[in-house]
Ligand binder design. Structure first.
Ligand SMILES: [Zn+2]
Length: 452
């Protein structure tokens, strides 16, 4: 058993300050109190927040900016960018994927993410053949996450078509399944093999409306168990194609044909109209927004203000990892709304609580549900002690009062204010560094040279 003392720890209701946390040998919380015992094992001079779930990741795309930024593909639009992404996807081998994933997951830990939802469609070998171990690439991602100390919900993604009623392209050969049977076998195998692992979960996903037959989307999204993820309306072209093929917009079609509920996570639900917003609100579905990637790719702006007014559920992801910082994602989300609506009320229309506390709760609670984790509070008995800690002695924070602390952390902090990240009660990041970073870094550099 161990007792840690923090200057403060954030719960849903607000700060506990000071906060004494007793944990067991496995790093699980035994108790939380503002009144401590006389003997404390570790005094942490900092403010503890729950680590953030990165609710949408394609780990291999972390290599993209380094390889594609200057290429002829980069400048035009999403669909041109996709050519560059396919070029990388068709090049990377399992060892290289694992190296890149380790680097990006270690970096996520450094900036405050503690769990990643990996939306994984790079299933097959370079010729599009199934690997001897059909879960080869999936297991590399799980291994990368567990090695660096990151929790992972792996979402193997079903992918079959290039567009509505159109066969997959040669460039998509590593992504596609010939039917649901082989996909479901992969999911079942992974679920069985990871069932005893505390920080690994397996979800279910469809790449997008355009990438699967309608019957398959209905079947997969109506599965009873666990979180389901789907790219939904990132680009206007997707909406137009859906209207042409199905006579309905993507969210509209989904809500009319699938039991959309709180386990359905719609990624990039950007191009939705007011009727679709209402459908999502009634269904209590979750929307995963990736503001930095959506801005980088010129996707468009999610109508957050209207959605928040109806108490819509949302959380964040870093998607292509053009930037990695959960607080920056939140700032992007908020600042774009301020610019569009010409006001400076943070997360406007959040009526029930302080807007910043509201935004943080969305990110934490809905992020966890999207990962298949149900919790009532940020920290509670039997939960692993996973937290990011901001230094209470940094110039920014040493005189702050609790009332303004969360807003200051979200709007003003940067990584220099971080003391580190605790995962299961152990320091996994200290001084901006992962203990295995030297090795992770050199393997990553070697991989990047190979991929150039
Ligand atoms: Zn994505």
């Amino acid at each position: 058993m161990k007792v840690l003392r923090f200057d403060g720890l954030l719960q849903k209701k607000g700060w506990i300050s000071p906060a004494y946390i007793r944990i067991n040998a496995a790093g699980q919380i035994i108790s939380i109190s503002a009144h401590g015992p006389t003997n404390v094992d570790e005094i942490v001079p900092g403010w503890a927040l729950p680590t953030v779930t990165n609710a949408h990741s394609h780990a291999f795309q972390y290599a993209m900016p380094l390889l594609a930024e200057d290429s002829k593909f980069a400048a035009a639009d999403f669909w041109h960018w996709r050519h560059a992404m396919y070029a990388l996807a068709n090049k990377i081998n399992p060892d290289q994927l694992e190296c890149v994933a380790k680097r990006v997951y270690a970096e996520m830990l450094r900036v405050g993410y503690g769990w990643v939802i990996e939306f994984h469609y790079l299933h097959h070998d370079h010729k599009g053949q199934t690997y001897c171990n059909p879960a080869e690439m999936s297991e590399r991602l799980i291994h990368a996450a567990t090695e660096v100390g990151m929790g992972i919900t792996l979402v193997p993604v079903f992918y079959k078509n290039s567009n509505f009623h159109t066969q997959a392209l040669q460039a998509q050969r590593r992504f596609i399944f010939d039917g649901l049977d082989s996909y479901l076998k992969l999911v079942e195998g992974l679920t069985t093999r990871t069932s005893g692992l505390e920080k690994v979960k397996i979800g279910c996903g469809v790449h997008s409306m355009r990438a699967a037959d309608m019957a398959d989307i209905i079947y997969l999204m109506n599965q009873q168990q666990g979180p389901k993820h789907l790219h939904i309306a990132e680009q206007i072209k997707e909406v137009d194609d859906c209207l042409t093929a199905l006579g309905a917009r993507p969210v509209q079609w989904l809500c009319e044909h699938v039991n959309v509920n709180e386990n359905i996570n719609l990624i990039h639900a950007i191009h939705i109209n007011s009727s679709e917003i209402n459908q999502l609100l009634s269904a209590k579905a979750n929307v995963v927004l990736c503001p930095s990637t959506e801005a980088y790719l010129g996707d468009g702006l999610f109508p957050l203000s209207s959605y928040v007014l109806g108490h819509g559920r949302w959380c964040i992801g870093s998607d292509s990892h053009i930037r990695l910082n959960p607080f920056e994602e939140l700032r992007w989300l908020d600042y774009c709304q301020r610019l569009v609506h010409e006001h400076c009320i943070p997360f406007c229309n959040a009526q029930t609580m302080h807007p910043v506390a509201y935004a943080f709760e969305q990110v934490i609670s809905n992020g966890r549900l999207a990962a298949g984790i149900k919790t009532d509070d940020y920290f509670a008995q039997d939960q692993a002690l996973d937290c990011l800690v901001f230094s209470s002695t940094s110039g920014l924070l040493d005189t702050i009062n609790l009332e303004h602390l969360l807003s200051t952390l979200i709007y003003r902090s940067d990584c220099h204010d971080l003391l580190g990240t605790l995962i299961s009660g152990q320091w996994q990041i200290t001084n901006q560094n992962h203990p295995d970073m030297e090795h992770i870094e050199s393997a990553f550099k070697k991989t990047m040279l190979e991929l150039r």
